[in-house]
Design a protein around this ligand. Sequence first.
Ligand code: FES
Ligand SMILES: [Fe+2]
Length: 405
Amino acid sequence: MARNSAQWHEKPKFPNSHFVDSRIYTDDALFREEQEKIFNKTWIIACHESEVPNVHDYRTFNHPGGAKLFVMRGDDNKVRCFYNICPHRGNALLYDPVGNTKRITCIFHAWSFDAKGACVDISRGKAGYQDRYGCEDAGLREVRTEVGFGGFVWVAVDDGACTLNEYIGPALELLGDNLNEPLEVFHYHKAVVETNYKLWHDTNSEFYHDYMHYFNRATGMLQPGYFDRKYTGYANGHASVGSMSVKYDAYDGSKARAVGWPGLAPGGWVLIDIFPGMTYNLRTSVLRMDTAIPLGPNKVVIEFRGLGLKRDTPEERAERIRDHNVIWGPFGRNLHEDLLGVFGQGVAMRTGSDSKWVLHGREENSTIHDEVGMRHFYGEWSRRMGRAAYDPYGDNKLAKLERAA
Ligand code: FES
Ligand SMILES: [Fe+2]
């Protein structure tokens, strides 16, 4: 029987951890708070070391906390990150998304900086500032940067944040042997989707939606081992889904993947979600990295990188590129199915459709269709925000009754 308005708003008959209030996906003020309490306090992937391979290569990065940054490789080969802001009067320094320059010269009044962020020239400095201000006062704002866990360039805008190792903890141990060799990005693309970033991360945190994926139903869900995969939650909101072997030959038009990956069983698949919006997805021959960079509560840039081994022969690389692009990348169907799913959620939640509750209530012993991965994420989200995801403003009457009881 269909439900009337009162029934539709009834609190689900689950524990409070098993559903969330849909306003956490649409509310502008909550999003600003997420920038402050989540994105500006955690380690975020800006890019991969292979995207700045040479001395003086740079790449700009819009940090999800809002800061405009750029990553640059110094003459000492070290990768650093800075605010893309001139210390003089706040002009943007670099405009191209990628490039190579020995000196960064601000177009406004021609102050110059080197690749380590030191100011090397203030035009007519002495004439205007005498001895009151000089290059030593005018370095760029450096952002803590570490390269690791597969050669990714991680940044933390909060100088007081824990170390990257502390932040990741044991969450990437399942991939330990798979990330020992230098990697290289061979494919990058991005999708701009009108939805909330958490909804994308949700698709990487639950596999019940394999019903949406024709390909996964054939290669995964119908194969032995699929329902044995278990979620493991780690501190700081990270989670992994155990490995399984994917039967690619179960899908017409596909075949067993030949190239493989060091330390991974043939057809192996390991997926690890890193809070708040990054996913390592190692499938057989390709590592796919998803990074979700929100532009607001209702808009997200999702970056997709396909990585192979730096030492690949041209033939091996061609095989990885084909596997990535035709199955998991822009020319496959999985990605578009996922994008359709999160776009549909975004439309429903922000258009006043009265979508009040979002259920995360499946329990199947932490196996693949259990929604424990999302519950783990929202547990961490609530902790960092100081707000319950099921009742973010404390105005939920039913929740209040429950608290009073
Ligand atoms: S704002 Fe950059 S030199 Fe003036
Ligand atoms: Fe999916």
